[in-house]
Write a protein that binds this ligand. Structure first.
Ligand SMILES: [Zn+2]
Length: 367
């Protein structure tokens, strides 16, 4: 399996389009044509991780945090980033980053965090805005199945637990072919009235152009009439954070113990209070911007990281807010990520191994 194929398949389950604008994800260093031997996954790239990859013959490292974020003026061993790039290049190791796209999928960082805490009924906490489009196309009656199927095949009409979703309304389409037109129905120069179906299908923005191409290809008309309508609906399939329930409510202290034990945290920072905890919101890493959604969705507690003093203060009376550490709230995704890639290897009859780094890459220590 080559890096190119890996990218294509991985980005079907963690699309680049759902990442934050300005994030730096995908293949950061390497060659798409390289054949993958083994893969090593880690939250961050450190020299320990890079050396471990070389030792395990893993010629591809997948990290959550992108090593490259700002433009570089030079690549020398004098800087941390430069030294790592030199090492990877000298050892021909590819570097791939899955950052906010991995935060925003239902199997990613936040769902892994929710599942590790034993939450049930888990949903996206802050669904993605502006990612849905409605395609409306007018199809002659006896071609509607062919066109709809082509659009479904290209990925349109999927909604939560359903696929092949569409709406079909009957109506009359009119047209008159001019001069060199070659109408599929009727005659040139004659006003025609045709029984048509108004076919409406929902699509995620990043699939729009391939769905339109498939639709136009399957449509019998010389000129296809269609609308592309951006929707304001939020996309509940993708987004930041997760929210779910503890099956049986537990007191605050017991919840704190659960978080510490599950995530391997020695100390928690928190503000506010909650007697009994049932509804739990989480956002691995820096999740300050999801706190308002946790409050409005009536969570008893929000577990996240990188909280500022004034954020604790602002929400003190609104929600029990817990800072469990950035690394600690994210590392739970590594076994899930490794398992997803191992499944992909299996599907592709690739015999390589997927390793989880044995090193903690957490730069923060507690005394
Ligand atoms: Zn992070």
């Amino acid at each position: 399996m080559r890096i190119r194929e890996f990218q294509k398949q991985f980005e079907q389950i963690a699309p680049q389009a759902i990442a934050w604008k300005g994030d730096n994800i995908g293949l950061l260093l390497g060659r798409e044509s390289d054949t993958i031997k083994n893969i090593l996954v880690a939250l961050d790239l450190t020299m320990d991780v890079a050396e471990e990859a070389a030792k395990k013959k893993a010629n591809c490292i997948i990290t959550h945090h992108p090593l490259l974020f700002h433009p570089l003026k030079n690549i020398t061993a004098d800087s941390r980033v430069g030294e790592l790039i030199l090492f990877l290049t000298e050892n021909r190791i590819n570097l791939y980053a899955a950052h906010t796209n991995l935060d925003s999928v239902k199997w990613g960082v936040n769902f892994s965090l929710a599942q590790s805490l034993g939450l049930t009924n888990v949903e996206i906490l802050s669904p993605l805005n502006g990612s849905l489009t409605q395609i409306v196309v007018f199809v002659p009656h006896d071609h509607v199945e062919v066109v709809a199927n082509a659009m479904h095949e290209a990925g349109a009409g999927m909604f939560t637990k359903y696929d092949q979703c569409s709406f079909r309304g009957e109506g009359i389409g009119t047209f008159r072919g001019l001069n060199d037109a070659k109408p599929f129905l009727g005659k040139v120069g004659k006003h025609e009235r045709v029984q048509e179906v108004r076919l409406e299908i929902l699509v995620e923005n990043w699939k729009t152009s391939s769905v339109i191409s498939a639709m136009v290809k399957a449509h019998p008309y010389e000129e296809v009439a269609y609308d592309i309508l951006p929707l304001l609906n939020r996309n509940t399939e993708y987004g930041l954070g997760a929210i779910g329930d503890i099956p049986k409510k537990i007191p605050q202290n017991k919840f704190f113990e659960l978080v510490k034990k599950t995530l391997g945290v020695r100390a928690l920072k928190y503000s506010g209070t909650s007697n009994m905890i049932g509804r739990v919101a989480v956002c691995g890493g820096s999740g300050s911007e999801c706190i308002a959604d946790a409050v409005s969705r009536k969570a008893d507690v929000m577990v996240t990281a990188d909280l500022k003093y004034h954020t604790f203060q602002d929400f003190e009376k609104k929600i029990l807010l817990v800072d469990a550490g950035h690394y600690e709230t994210e590392h739970v995704v590594l076994p899930v990520l490794a398992a997803k890639i191992q499944e992909m290897f299996k599907r592709n009859n690739h015999s390589g191994k997927v390793y989880i780094t044995k090193h903690s890459t957490n730069p923060v220590h507690i005394f």
